[in-house]
Design a protein around this ligand. Structure first.
Ligand SMILES: CSCCC(=O)C(=O)COP(=O)(O)O
Ligand SMILES: [Zn+2]
Length: 237
């Protein structure tokens, strides 16, 4: 065991290296991270904990976790020159979502970011054919924060989540995700058409509950649209 392994070995169940495997199992069971896709990263001040790429996310162990310094000592290009504090002994690569998770830290000061391949998110991107998903007058809107990290939205606020187009490689979504975050500073997440969603929060608990609220809103929005019901009500109720 190397000294760097101490960064991921802890008896504390709330240590990020213990939380990521536990949360990935939970997310697997609700269809968010099946087939190796999706995941969660946690930033604890100056350290970022990231899962490996292309592995069964429900079978990750703490020793599989990468630890990176935040901020990166030098500005990394999307795929190279990344700096690590700890790499797993196994021949693993860090999640391809790493540059996208980094957007949430750099642009929103997030403490955690979740990427799901939920079918509710994907269906929402198919039924909302433009550049945003919108829904109003739903109680679960109150569980979403302005920009993911600010004050909670009100029942009377319309939820707006930008939709970007998918790319063959996950890493290549970095710039269009950043552009959407700049254009929609109040959005708590970014949908990726035919792919899934990225959602962030100040910490993992808030990222998780916001992802739950958004997933609920994508699901009910899709059901409403398929039932021919309007998802935006003009009048104040
Ligand atoms: C079938 S998964 C395709 C790649 C993808 O969308 C993804 O989210 C993979 O993330 P990873 O953490 O496994 O690099
Ligand atoms: Zn993905």
């Amino acid at each position: 065991m190397s000294e760097a392994d101490n960064l991921v070995i802890s008896q504390d169940p709330t240590h990020p290296a213990n939380l990521i495997p536990e949360l990935c199992r939970l997310f697997y069971n609700i269809g968010w991270v099946t087939g190796t896709g999706g995941g969660i990263c946690i930033r604890d001040n100056d350290k970022v904990y990231i899962a490996p790429s292309g592995v069964q996310k429900e079978r990750i162990e703490p020793t599989h976790i990468f630890v990176l310094p935040y901020p990166q000592v030098q500005s990394p290009s999307p795929h190279t020159d990344r700096v690590f504090l700890r790499r797993p002994a196994l021949d693993l690569k860090e999640s391809a979502c790493t540059p996208l998770f980094w957007n949430s830290f750099d642009l929103r000061n997030a403490g955690s970011c979740i990427h799901t391949h939920s079918q509710h998110a994907v269906m929402a991107t198919l039924l909302w054919k433009g550049s945003v998903f919108t829904i109003s007058h739903q109680e679960m809107i109150k569980g979403v924060r302005i920009g993911g990290v600010g004050k909670a939205l009100s029942y009377l606020d319309t939820l707006v989540i930008p939709i970007i187009e998918n790319t063959p490689n996950e890493e290549d979504l970095k710039d269009s995700m950043a552009a959407a975050m700049e254009e929609y500073p109040d959005a708590a997440g970014v949908l990726v058409r035919r792919h899934g969603v990225y959602v962030w929060g100040l910490d993992w608990q808030k990222a998780k509950t916001q992802t739950e609220c958004l997933d609920y809103l994508f699901e009910i929005g899709v059901k409403m649209k398929l039932a021919g019901l309007p998802t935006i009500l003009e009048e104040q109720i």
